[in-house]
Ligand binder design. Structure first.
Ligand code: UGA
Length: 428
């Protein structure tokens, strides 16, 4: 199949590279010449495990990138919209890029002789494909959806850092379509997959994406609330959740308590679902509380720290981990941001370390000290905070170089036993 991908962020680039790997002819379109040039050279514009190899193997062969919509739409049969959908200041999603992409595709469909399917992959709130994308496509092309061209919605369930693996080995594929021809063509793209493929209408597909992320975020906030209770009762919440997660109806995943969730998806998607619910006159009490619990965890961690170091003024605090999770350089909504903010507000001197995310955090906090290794950050520190679940923190052995070996663990990375340290787990 000939596919065009609109937008080469992490979803677009991974989708394009994986579809090329599955044997399709792929053309990626972006407005950024640097990204286009990078993909054509076979160099990923973002870090994503396994993407390097895929681009090397397919760039210049069955994977190309261009700035030219005309070329991309006229040389493909299916276009995937993979542009960002940020939230505005009220928590509602900003559809500017989705609208622009829809208009640009629609204008090219005007003169296109053959049938074309437009698929929304960007995360959009329910009814967006039907009420925003389709009308723009129809207006710009002067053609009728469901008749002259098809429209679909195919949400992504890709974890950052594991996106290539998740694309190739999904738990399920959800295909939304408001007409059978479009549905059939989209389904054909996933012909070799053995996982369940769910066919629904576009608004149901959109809702499945939001509810999946909102549910995972809820599991985390629930685990954090349980963890906060366990901490006060002297119970190890990780043992509790191990016991709870063995129930097949619950599953053992996303029950790790600690500093809470960050990233470009969970906070944004929960806010957008809250925004959509309020728009239709429903107050989503549970979802609001999910965010409230999440926002409270960094404060809880600072309170624990102050139990051991009551006056943080001029104290050197090592913050280990800046990325929103391990194996990525992404710091969007990272829990380390409010943690460092509180430390600075209390007059502490922060020495931060992250194996990948330092450069990104320098844009947020240019004036703190950035160490090249965890050991360097710990040297002479009055306390240490672990904010990201990097595997290397499990092997840390340099607490003795601290002035006072106080470790506040937000991710359960350190084994306190056998080490001469004052240890506090956030929820255990
Ligand atoms: C998430 C979803 O997992 C993907 O399925 C989805 O496709 C993606 O959002 C998206 O909408 O594009 P991602 O944001 O990459 O993926 O990160 P996750 O691995 O889900 O982790 C999110 C946050 O939750 C991290 O800050 C992590 O530290 C935290 N987390 C995760 C916990 O605090 N506890 C857990 O048990 C699991």
């Amino acid at each position: 199949m000939r596919i065009s991908i609109i937008g080469t962020g992490y979803v677009g680039t991974v989708t394009g590279a994986c579809f090329a790997h599955l044997g399709n002819e792929v053309i990626c379109v972006d407005v950024d010449p640097k990204r286009v040039e990078s993909i054509n050279r076979g160099v990923p514009p973002i870090y994503e495990e396994g993407l390097d190899e895929l681009l090397k193997a397919h760039a210049g062969k069955n994977l190309r990138a261009t700035l030219d919509y005309d070329y991309a739409v006229s040389n493909s049969d299916v276009s995937f919209i993979c542009v960002p959908t940020p939230t505005d200041e009220n928590g509602k999603i900003d559809l500017r890029f989705v609208r622009e992409a829809s208009r640009s595709i629609g204008e090219r469909l005007k003169d296109k002789g053959s049938y074309h399917v437009v698929v929304v992959k960007s995360t959009v709130v329910p009814q967006t494909t039907q009420q925003v994308v389709t009308p723009i496509l129809e207006e710009a092309s002067g053609k009728k959806a469901g008749l002259d061209f098809g429209v679909g919605m195919n949400p992504e369930f890709l974890r950052e850092g594991k996106a290539v693996h998740d694309f190739m080995h999904p738990d399920r594929i959800v295909i939304g379509g408001d007409d059978p021809k479009a549905l059939g063509i989209i389904k054909g793209l996933y012909a070799g997959y053995t996982c369940p493929i769910l066919e629904v209408d576009t608004k149901t597909a959109e809702m499945i994406k939001y509810v999946s992320n909102a549910f995972l975020a809820t599991k985390i906030s629930f685990s954090n609330e349980v963890g906060n209770i366990c901490k006060r009762l002297g119970i190890d919440t990780y043992k509790v959740m191990e016991g709870v997660g063995l129930d097949a109806r619950i599953s053992p995943y996303f029950l790790n308590s600690g500093l809470g969730f960050g990233g470009s998806c969970f906070p944004k998607d929960v806010k957008a679902l809250i925004g959509k619910a309020s728009e239709i006159d429903y107050e989503p009490i549970l979802l609001k509380t999910v965010l409230k619990v999440n926002d409270g965890q960094p404060h809880m961690l600072i309170s624990l720290l102050k139990k051991h170091v009551p006056d943080l003024k001029d104290k050197r605090i090592a913050v280990l981990g800046l990325a929103f999770k391990n194996d990525t350089d992404d710091i969007r909504e990272s829990r380390a941001i409010p943690v460092i903010g509180s430390l600075l507000a209390e007059g502490a001197k922060v020495a931060a370390y992250d194996p990948m995310a330092t450069d990104n955090m320098k844009k947020v906090y240019p004036n703190i000290k950035y160490a090249k290794t965890a050991d360097e950050a710990l040297e002479g520190a009055d306390a240490c905070i672990i904010a990201t679940e990097w595997a290397e923190f499990k092997k840390l052995d340099s607490f003795k170089s601290m002035r006072k070996p106080v470790v506040i663990d937000g991710r359960r990375m350190v084994d306190p036993r056998g080490k001469d340290i004052i240890y506090e787990g956030l929820c255990w």
